[in-house]
Design a protein around this ligand. Structure first.
Ligand code: KG4
Ligand code: ZN
Length: 352
């Protein structure tokens, strides 16, 4: 393909878990994005894979129609289709990837099969007018390199050394659960709706973060562990309920504030250690949990304390989104990393 980076229009398709999202990007510039979050899972307290793939199937065509309507563009403007090849839920990936590969075949345009975790990081390279509200000051928040990235989502907690949009290395990871899972599990135990992370964030604002002390894991190096923290929360809550009776609203706010403080401290301590070890003067957070207000604040404070630049994506690029898939596609197109029509989804896709 011959279009240069700045004028190339890429359609990004994301369907790795429970968000169906499509976006159009010209160069770095986000032209529009349409997403549907699947509410069907709330009643089960977690993502039900079979229901997720059915919902993707239902939403995928109407989303494209809405996106074309929103941006005033059509198929003739699209130079390539980038889609999430993995990692993720197999059935969910299958819907997006089969759709993208069929559309590419029907339209005769090339494909870019994207690694979802790499895409979360490349969200920082997206230009968007609302970026100024994210706590950073410019239209584009691409970090200076090398940067230390902290990717925190429902399935992953990773520290990633970013040397360029094409060269990244995972230098720390969770040995068990992800940070988002810890938020979601505790939320479920205390009766909050799924997904629990945003609800805990909201309730934490009215709670006392010193009301409960939860034990932090002692993990060597740059790795994380959240399963011990979950057990500590469970034991603490059981004891409190045995002693004082069922949790009332104020107790729940306090649990949320204490949990959020503990998770944020664990994440930020490791981010600081990793950036120091790798001599990075820029730090970046991304993934669903990067929407957390406590984490955003703590990372900004860390940057101020150390004199590092801080990069936080706008809210619409924190949780799973089509824009980050299209952005990754732009960089892949630059290196001629085209996909094939018979590329199967990769539910597990280790490394970058
Ligand atoms: O990146 P993402 O949308 O999907 C995955 O790839 O997993 O992340 C979803 C995770 C969920 O665990 C959700 O509870 C969490 O991000 N999350 C939050 C917040 N918003 C979303 N966690 C804490 N505070 C938030 N404000
Ligand atoms: Zn994700």
């Amino acid at each position: 393909m011959t279009s240069p980076f700045s004028t190339r229009v890429i359609l990004g398709v994301e369907s790795s878990c429970d968000d169906t999202s499509m976006a159009l990007l010209r160069g770095h510039k986000l032209l529009g994005q349409v997403d549907v979050a699947q509410l069907v899972h709330a009643q089960y307290g977690g993502v039900v894979p079979e229901l997720a793939s059915r919902a993707h199937q239902l939403h995928i065509a109407p989303i494209l129609e809405a996106l074309f309507e929103k941006t005033g563009l059509g198929w003739d403007d699209v130079d390539a289709i980038a889609y999430t090849r993995g990692p993720g839920l197999h059935g969910s990936l299958l819907v997006g990837s089969a759709w993208a590969r069929s559309a590419a075949w029907a339209r005769g345009i090339p494909l870019l099969p994207v690694h979802h975790m790499r895409a979360h990081i490349l969200a920082h390279w997206i230009e968007h007018d609302t970026l100024a509200i994210s706590g950073t000051s410019s239209i584009q928040s691409a970090p200076g390199l090398p940067a230390m990235g902290l990717t925190v989502s429902g399935g992953h907690t990773q520290l990633v050394r970013i040397d360029s949009p094409w060269a990244m290395e995972v230098v720390g990871t969770t040995l068990d659960d992800a940070a988002g899972e810890a938020f979601d599990k505790v939320a479920k135990w205390i009766g909050l709706p799924y997904p629990g992370g945003p609800e805990i964030d909201r309730r934490a604002a009215s709670g006392d973060a010193s009301a409960y002390t939860f034990s932090k894991p002692s993990v060597g190096g740059l790795d994380f562990s959240f399963s011990g923290l979950k057990t500590s929360v469970l034991n603490t809550l059981r004891k409190a309920i045995d002693r004082d009776g069922p949790l009332v609203d104020a107790d729940i706010d306090n649990v949320c504030a204490s949990l959020q403080k503990t998770i944020v401290e664990i994440l930020v301590e490791q981010l600081e250690r990793a950036a120091e070890k790798h001599g990075c003067k820029s730090i970046a957070i991304q993934g669903g949990v990067s929407a957390n207000s406590g984490l955003r604040k703590a990372v900004l404070e860390l940057g101020k304390k150390q004199g590092w630049s801080v990069h936080i994506p706008p809210m619409l690029c924190c949780t799973d989104n089509g824009a980050m898939i299209a952005m990754t596609g732009q960089f892949m197109a630059e290196k001629d990393q085209w996909g094939r029509l018979d590329d199967a989804p990769l539910a597990r896709w280790p490394g970058f």
